[in-house]
Design a protein around this ligand. Structure first.
Ligand code: SF4
Length: 669
């Protein structure tokens, strides 16, 4: 019997219209754990680096995490994996909500699409009944509208629908997949879904999931729920409000936006408005939020209520969470009522709430600086809000300049030329980042930005405070009940960390300490992504209910896999290295691993080099960021090693890349 997982995937060949129910190998789960882990293995096995994002051979994988569908609180993530059109590397966007547990209850762990459908379709999964259905009547419909129409058509209000809007249909590089209560937004996975001709996936399931040792598992779940209660009653003092509790940052509960509006950048990530927040703005924005926010909502089996339903006047209700509350507002130098309004259109169109506003602000900056002219914007209104709506519409339809901008700032700047690349200043690995510009280099964040392969900063950070506590009393109070640490040494690092002086940034924590901190944080995120756990209850907040000490017990009693901390850490390292291997095989190298030049004003090139050198060594990668043959062997990834040697990425005799061979990316340029 299989535990926690169903043991079956759905394989859909869209070109042929075939649907297969395929039994999976339980040994793969032991090695790669499920969710993102087994997605990575499938992508490595079946999508060679020659395959481009919009080739039919590219796969689009929807996976429920290993523990989704069990009673584990907050375990509801769908992990979507494909090759990103934006970065041409592995994309793994995730969404919460209700979709993944429903897929499990229907009897499947993953849905794997290959090929392309000759006409627009949607997939309907109803337990054992699975069919591709005509979606021509849904063409051009909004993502939420599509979900509603499908529910009506199927006469089943309980069906969970993941869908794309116009942006996905038109292969906008930052198109999202929307799911009512959540969305998978980063890295353009909606564009691949549209390219394959899939408008939506509707799922309904009523089966059970087996748990290996139910009494033990439920006891662990109860402990987690008790701890959530404790933490909700005892927020962490001394850190910014949105990081004091659990869950995704509780933006929809917060009225005070002084910190974001005065510390994050406005427009195209260049302008800081230090004195923006005042009583008048606070009152106006509070009224807007209280009027438009109709209800706080949670994902499946979670009490945290991180999201809210938003009902802008005259528009359909949609869901919002986290910092996307402010992204449109700040990019357009506008007000919260504008931001919440345009986000409704953006959700229906199905675009990423982080990239989209930056792309539009970038276009307007080019216009203001004469690189784009009136000829590029025929009929564009003169006010900023009107311009944003105008641009959004052109982008999702790929009309005029919108067709160029629909490829994101990195590719658009290349196509526009005339110095436009100088203005695409806020990308990592060709992908837009949070509009943060800071003063002093933070070596921990430097490493996370540079080496993170989710290419999204908020998916790596979390376990270690972002800044030192000013007083020893505060530090001692913090470490007192910090049982989540994998090693006591992290407590001492925090105790010694000072805001100023010898033991302050950028030289303290030391290089080795920074590497250990980042490695711990990343490990936690990769565990979550394999299990389908929301980062908001594990890897993202300080002192979470899930941690390295109780996760092995969840896996053992839930999935029936004999697990301890060392084995879990090893399995995570295995699949994290496999993710890197996929990207290395697609041309990613050390030279790609750099945060935006202007992210910090004070930079330290020698220190940054040492950080990368040391981190690569810790991870078992060579000086160019390529996993070495030795480390691959230790992780049971000899097949990767053989492939690297065959392709000339590593030589057979040593671990250095051959000097004369350029990476595929270099060759392309
Ligand atoms: S913590 Fe928030 S985002 Fe995470 S599962 Fe719960 S409600 Fe959803």
């Amino acid at each position: 019997m299989r535990y926690a997982e169903t043991g079956f995937n759905l394989e859909i060949d869209l070109s042929r219209g075939s649907i297969e129910r395929v039994e999976t190998d339980p040994r793969e789960t032991e090695l790669y754990l499920g969710g993102l882990g087994t997605n990575a293995k499938i992508l490595w096995d079946r999508v060679p680096p020659e395959i481009k994002p919009f080739d039919p051979e590219n796969l689009l994988i929807f996976s429920a995490g290993l523990l989704c569908g069990t009673p584990a609180t907050g375990c509801n993530r769908t992990i979507v994996t494909t090759i990103s059109p934006q970065t041409e590397l592995m994309a793994f966007s995730m969404m919460g909500g209700f979709w993944a547990p429903e897929l499990k209850y229907a009897g499947y762990d993953k849905v794997i699409f290959r090929g392309k459908s000759p006409k627009l379709v949607y997939l309907y999964i109803n337990n054992d009944k699975v069919e591709l259905r005509d979606a021509s009547h849904l063409q051009g419909k909004g993502s939420l509208e599509t979900a509603e129409l499908i529910r009506q058509e199927l006469q089943d209000p309980k069906v969970q629908v993941a869908s794309i809007g116009l942006a996905g249909e038109n292969r906008v590089y930052f198109a999202s997949i929307e799911q009512g209560r959540s969305s998978a937004s980063r890295l353009g996975i909606g564009a691949v879904m549209g390219d394959k001709g899939i408008k939506a996936i509707a799922v309904r399931g009523t089966k059970d999931i087996n748990v290996a040792r139910p009494a033990e598992f439920i006891e662990l779940c109860n402990e987690v729920r008790e701890y959530i209660k404790f933490r909700n009653e005892n927020p962490i003092p001394g850190v910014m409000t949105i990081l004091q509790g659990l869950g995704s940052p509780q933006e929809m509960k917060v009225h005070d936006e002084k910190w974001h509006t005065e510390n994050f950048m406005w427009g195209n990530a260049r302008v800081r408005r230090r004195d923006f927040w005042n009583e008048e703005v606070a009152q106006k924005w509070s009224e807007t939020l209280d009027t438009m926010r109709t209800r706080l909502i949670s994902c499946f089996n979670c009490p945290m209520e991180c999201g809210a339903t938003i009902s802008p006047p005259g528009l359909l209700t949609y869901m919002m969470k986290c910092f996307s509350k402010l992204t449109y507002t700040m990019a357009a130098f506008s007000d919260l009522d504008f931001g919440l309004g345009i986000a409704q259109s953006a959700t229906e169109y199905g675009v990423d709430g982080f990239s989209t506003p930056q792309v539009m602000a970038f276009a307007l900056e080019l216009y203001e600086n004469g690189i784009l002219t009136d000829d590029d914007f025929p009929g564009m209104p003169s006010d900023n809000e009107g311009r944003f709506y105008w641009l959004l519409d052109r982008i999702v339809r790929r009309e005029g300049i919108g067709d160029v901008l629909a490829n994101g700032t990195y590719w658009a700047a290349k196509e526009i030329g005339k110095g436009a690349e100088e203005y695409a200043h806020n990308t990592i690995k060709k992908h837009e980042q949070l509009p943060l510009k800071l003063s002093m280099l933070n070596p921990i964040y430097f490493l996370m930005y540079a080496t993170g392969e989710k290419i999204n900063i908020t998916q790596i950070e979390g376990q270690f405070p972002q800044a030192p506590f000013p007083t020893m009393e505060e530090r001692e109070a913090f470490v007192k009940d910090w049982f989540q640490v994998p090693d006591e040494k992290f407590k001492q690092i925090l105790l010694d960390w000072e805001p100023r002086g010898e033991k302050s940034m950028p030289y303290y924590p030391t290089v080795q300490m920074c590497c250990d901190i980042v490695d711990w944080q990343e490990t936690m995120h990769y565990i979550d992504d394999a299990l389908g756990m929301c980062a908001g209850l594990s890897s993202f907040p300080l002192k979470p209910p899930y941690h390295i000490h109780n996760y092995p017990k969840f896996i053992s009693s839930g999935a029936g896999i004999d697990m301890d901390e060392d084995k879990l850490t090893h399995a995570i390292k295995r699949y994290r290295t496999l993710v890197r291997a996929i990207n290395i095989r697609r041309g990613m190298r050390r030279e790609d691993e750099k945060p935006p030049e202007d992210h910090w004003k004070k930079r330290f090139p020698e220190l940054e080099k040492e950080l990368l050198d040391t981190y690569y060594t810790l991870k078992g990668w060579n000086n160019d960021g390529i996993p070495t043959q030795g480390s691959l062997h230790e992780l049971g990834l000899d097949y990767v090693s053989e492939d690297f040697v065959k392709r000339g990425i590593l030589t057979g005799s040593d671990d250095e890349p051959p000097k004369e061979k350029a990476s595929p990316e270099k060759k392309k340029q």
